[in-house]
Design a protein around this ligand. Sequence first.
Ligand code: 6PG
Length: 271
Amino acid sequence: MEERNTETTGAMNPAIIVSANPVAMAEQAAAEFLRLSEQAIKERGVFLACLSGGSTPVLLYDLLADADLYFEKSVFFFGDERDVPPDHPESNYRLACEHLFRSDKGKSSTIYRWHTEMRDREETAFEYETTILRVSNQFNSVIQRDNFPVPRFDLILLGIGEDGHTASLFPHTTALHESQRIAVANFVDRMGIWRYTLTFPAINNARNIIFLAAGEKKAEAVRMAVTGKADISDIPAAGVRPVEGNITWFLDEESAMLISAEVEKFQHQAK
Ligand code: 6PG
């Protein structure tokens, strides 16, 4: 990967890496994921990584499964989960097991998932929040923000929906306004379903955030999120603004097609 552009752009100061296509984008993102894991392990002896669901990360997960990822020194969490059992085809945990954790090394990873099989959704969320804080604290990665404990993940991997949602922070949902809890159950009226998600306090205290987005259908949401001009109720991804951390957007040419001005200024056109 080329020398990272240390300059930043837009209201949220993201770096933007535009690749020719989704495969090249996954390769660039994999290189950064590995760089961050090595940096975290070197500095603190562990890599606390929070994974995304959806289809975009699959190529990345398959690349990482075969790479020198230090699985034994990494601890994995999930930024969100569907309201389904862990073996359900729509489960983000199952997706990660089938791709990122499919190798022998991967199968021995330390993974903390949402216990969606519990009967009470509030209990599932509260238990996951407790686990995140307990494990992060074990690795000196919990800080007090506005007198509330928040985890400090080394990396949070995020996607973005066409409607501007990220994790399971969907437009006009209750979780967008959560300022104390770090993990909640979130009812998505538009879809009539429950989801589980980290909240902005948990996401915005990460050391590093990687957004992945590919395809023309994401271009408008990416534009609204990167320029930081959108109301977060309409475009929740625009609310991802780390307090003390970095954001890097890994895009392909289609998803970046509406932000050429920002990319030109600080572009990092990956070869
Ligand atoms: C999920 C994800 C979600 C995802 C976006 C984009 O549980 O689905 O966490 O936030 O990143 O919906 O999904 P695609 O990658 O499938 O476009």
